[in-house]
Ligand binder design. Structure first.
Ligand code: AMP
Length: 380
């Protein structure tokens, strides 16, 4: 999937390229065409999923498609819970607007700054990103009119409710035209959202992003290019030079698992294998030792790895690639959990490269490649 296939035009494609986005994230694949088709959206997605570009890009595309003599009044209102999020969205919007033939002005307004400082910047603003309280303050002083809003975005709607903005949101909904397009993003599903959803959304397209996808941002992914016979030495080299305190190594067969473990042990690295040919009690004790840190390296096949419920691993290594991209995401998702970052390393031979390309494409993320041919593997 490419950004061009989602219906974005040249100036926005250029801006996306400038941001180094290789291909759309899942949320962008789903949201961009739906927003361009004028649909309401109900999206469940967290920060890190790429949700900002998922709504900013199609909004700017819709501006681009309008005639150049459009009136410069407020058309899009993005409501957010916090000042930080307002600033962040405004920044993204400015970056993506840079190449547009007719400029689109956006402005972030939030509390904690004198009103008149923001008031003087309002002129010609077409996209306003606001926290609810500050927006109502400015409406009450007549500096903002919401009567011509065509699109409403509620970002992190669940957080806005958690922060007690329920009444403010209801007041704002009364001030904007009933006929408009609506986009609602929330990280969680909660019953308090139901009222807002009913009040705001009309036959929305529902977009849910798998939690694994959300984690991807927290995971540093690298691929070491290596010849097949150097995989073992490279594995040892990486475990030692990166001083890995705990690492889960994935292989595709029972035989490779045993081989890798015996090589590691011969080279003084404490490792254990977990796979279907081991007895349950052997697996349990291997797991126990891995969790407690006694055995820092666990070598596992995909199936056996399901039982490894270590909350967040600092390192995962793909000694061999899994067949399906889904399994790849599942494997690397064992690191970078619960807001803690982690590192996923893949050892890739020339033969595995085309398959790795397919995995990256499915994942919507490009992985940094490192050539290992100059490493002094013999010294370890
Ligand atoms: P967000 O969830 O909107 O806060 O975005 C999270 C991060 O992902 C930001 O740093 C974006 O710049 C980045 N990002 C968004 N979309 C893509 C993409 N398609 N490819 C690579 N990075 C992206």
């Amino acid at each position: 999937m490419t950004f061009a296939s989602l219906g974005l035009s040249a100036p926005l494609l250029k801006a996306v390229e400038k941001q180094n986005y290789p291909s759309p994230y899942p949320i962008q694949e789903k949201a961009i065409p739906a927003i361009l088709a004028g649909k309401d959206i109900q999206g469940f997605a967290q920060t890190g999923s790429g949700k900002t570009a998922a709504f900013i890009l199609p909004i700017l595309e819709l501006f681009l498609r309008k005639k150049s003599d459009r009136n410069l009044h407020l058309k899009v209102l993005v409501l957010v819970p916090t000042r930080e999020l307002a600033m962040q969205i405004s920044e993204v919007c400015t970056q993506f607007s840079e190449n547009l033939p007719n400029s689109v002005k956006n402005l972030a307004i939030y509390g904690g700054v004198p009103l008149n400082q923001q008031m003087i910047k309002l002129k010609h603003t077409e996209i306003l990103i606001a926290t609810p309280g500050r927006l109502l303050d400015m409406v009450s002083t007549n500096s903002i009119h919401l009567g011509k809003i065509e699109m409403l975005v509620l970002d992190e709607a669940d957080k806005m409710l958690d922060m007690g903005f329920q009444d403010e949101m209801a007041d704002i909904l009364r001030l904007i035209p009933a006929k408009r397009q609506n986009i609602l993003f929330s990280a969680t599903l909660n019953t308090r959202l139901d009222r807002i959803k009913e009040d705001v959304l009309r036959q929305p397209v529902i977009i849910e992003i798998e939690p694994e996808q959300n984690q991807l941002e927290l995971i540093r992914q690298t691929a070491y290019m290596v010849s097949p016979e150097k995989k073992g030495p490279l594995l040892r080299y990486l475990i030692k030079t990166l001083e890995m305190p705990q690492v889960l190594v994935f292989v595709s067969s029972v035989r490779t698992a045993d081989n890798v473990v015996s090589k590691l042990q011969k080279n003084g690295i404490n490792a254990a294998a977990i796979h279907s040919k081991k007895t349950q009690s052997a697996r349990n004790s291997a797991l126990q030792n891995f969790k407690s840190g006694k055995t820092p390296v666990m070598v596992a096949t995909d199936l056996a790895s399901r039982g490894i419920d270590v909350l967040s691993l600092p390192f995962v290594i793909n000694y061999e690639l899994p067949r399906s991209p889904k399994d790849y995401i599942h494997r690397i998702g064992r690191t970078g959990r619960a807001g803690v970052s982690g590192e996923a390393i893949s050892l890739i031979t020339e033969e595995e490269e085309p398959h790795f390309y397919v995995i990256q494409k499915k994942m919507g993320k490009r992985v940094e490649k490192i050539d290992s041919s100059d490493f002094d593997l013999g010294k370890i």
